[in-house]
Design a protein around this ligand. Structure first.
Ligand code: UDX
Length: 464
């Protein structure tokens, strides 16, 4: 345990143990919440797998304990983000007492603040089950939007009413109970390979529905209606709902501290050389994969748009290729100084840069929130899971961007980028994005909704 974490623990009223899902998009918000709770005087221990382990040196106020669960290749090196989550839970559950023992080892430690509860990623029901077995109260952190929380919680209804499994004939039907989603926006577990593992995880979820609180990385002014519905639904079970977001702005540490990959900061120097509000930033998060053809179409679509662009072509982005190769002839665009390609960017700093005019994103929830916080409008190209619902909200509810639908083809790409950067619709989307940014700032002020709810959460944790 780090020295600073020791010092904090000796005066803390209680300890909270946290268990993140070990993927970038889930790990970051959990560590951000850990930082926010530690800054409020709680002692925090983070349990983690050896795979994608956070770096304790970057979080001197937190204690870290590795849990020796062995994970299958499909999690460690696999391609499919959805499959990874289900296989990870199966491995955690199969590891029997390992997770339970790690949690139990923190109970009743002499000279230590008492362990109040566990905060665990909502997508880790295997860990929630372990907490239930030792009688440790737990809260779940949802790293998705409130709208997606509702979608994930509605499977009974979605299957019961025939929206799922998806059929060719119903893809464009509105889901009346979850407006403005359409059937094609839903995450459909029945489409995944290895249905046995999927069913096991769904059963674990059902076993652990009751918890001591639900934390969602969102804010009232963004998803007030969805939050109201969730509160109504969970109140019958006495489960408190805490809308605390955007977590990356509530944490005392910046994005660099939670990044699993090294950021290439030369892109900030490159942005400094670009005109204000001129650059399109392109990134598809940490897990998404593309085909070689899609990668090539993106490259030429960006080049042909005539706009400067900063593109994150991370290792593993192209299926079956370690390091994506730019197409032949593309170097010319690079040499003209109109583009910069990096393997991993300091994304939050990029989005905050005055040269950035728009963000072409896969609409992972963190990327979506980070863009909203900086008032940057989006081109949305969801790839899997909750991203489709996020993209729908960007276009239809908040009206701060456009979905790029159909084939990923250079002509379509070029058109949508011009639409966002130079056409009147794009200008209007940018104005609305700036308004939403103001609302995000307000919720973070000392009497703003997220700050107040963070206070409530601390009281709640101390009461457990
Ligand atoms: C996934 C899901 O897609 C997302 O919807 C879910 O809610 C959480 O897990 P991921 O696909 O990686 O995450 O996307 P996203 O949620 O956007 O998270 C990516 C994170 O990586 C962001 O915080 C972003 O700032 C960071 N990032 C990305 C970088 O720091 N540098 C980069 O170059 C690219």
């Amino acid at each position: 345990m780090a020295g600073a974490a020791d010092a904090r623990a000796s005066t803390a009223a209680a300890r909270v143990v946290m268990f993140p899902l070990p993927f970038q998009g889930n790990l970051s918000p959990m560590l951000q919440l850990a930082g926010a709770l530690s800054a409020r005087g709680l002692a925090v221990t983070v349990l983690h797998t050896a795979f994608n382990a956070p770096d304790p040196a970057r979080h001197p106020g937190l204690a870290f304990v590795p849990v020796p669960v062995s994970l299958p290749e499909s999690v460690v090196a696999g391609n499919d983000g959805n499959t990874k989550v289900f296989d990870l839970n199966a491995a955690m559950d199969a590891s029997g007492s390992v997770v339970r023992d790690a949690l139990a080892s923190l109970l009743n430690k002499p000279g230590e603040p008492r362990l109040a509860c566990l905060i665990v990623d909502a997508a880790l029901p295997a860990v929630q089950k372990a907490a239930a077995e030792i009688g440790l109260p737990w809260l779940v952190l949802h790293t998705c939007s409130a709208a997606c929380f509702r979608m994930y919680g509605s499977y009974g209804l979605l299957y019961g009413k025939g929206y799922l499994p998806k059929q060719e004939s119903n893809l464009y039907l509105p889901v009346k109970e979850l407006p403005p989603l359409q059937v094609r926006d839903l995450f459909d577990p029945s489409e995944l390979p290895n249905q046995e593992t999927v069913q096991k995880t769904m059963n674990l979820w059902n076993q652990t529905k009751m918890n001591s609180g639900t934390i969602i990385n969102t804010f009232e002014a963004l998803e007030g209606h969805e939050l109201e519905m969730i509160r109504g639904e969970l109140a019958t079970n006495g489960i408190a709902v805490f809308a605390i977001g955007p977590l990356h702005k509530l944490s005392p540490t910046d994005g660099t501290m939670t990044s699993l990959l090294e950021e290439d900061c030369s892109c900030i120097e490159w942005l400094d050389t670009q005109a204000p509000c001129s650059v399109i930033y392109v990134s598809f998060g940490s897990l998404t994969q593309l085909s070689r053809d899609e990668f090539t179409e993106i490259a030429w679509g960006l080049a042909n748009s005539g706009k400067p662009f900063l593109w994150v072509a991370r290792r593993g982005l192209v299926r079956g290729v370690e390091k994506p190769e730019l197409p032949e002839g593309f170097q010319r665009a690079l040499l003209e100084g109109r583009c910069k390609v990096v393997e991993w960017a300091p994304q939050q700093k990029v989005l905050a840069h005055s040269a950035v005019a728009g963000f072409w994103t896969h609409n992972g929830w963190n990327s979506t929130l980070e863009s909203i916080c900086e008032g940057v409008p989006m081109v949305s190209r969801p790839i899997f899971g909750d991203q489709f619902a996020n993209g729908r909200y960007v276009e239809v509810v908040w009206k701060i961007g456009f979905l790029l639908e159909g084939m990923l083809e250079r002509g379509n790409i070029e058109r949508v980028i011009r639409r966002l950067i130079e056409e009147s619709e794009g200008v209007e989307a940018r104005e609305r994005a700036k308004d939403l940014k103001k609302k995000a700032i307000t919720c973070l002020e000392s009497n703003g909704s997220s700050k107040l709810v963070l206070d409530d959460l601390v009281h709640h944790l101390l009461s457990l």
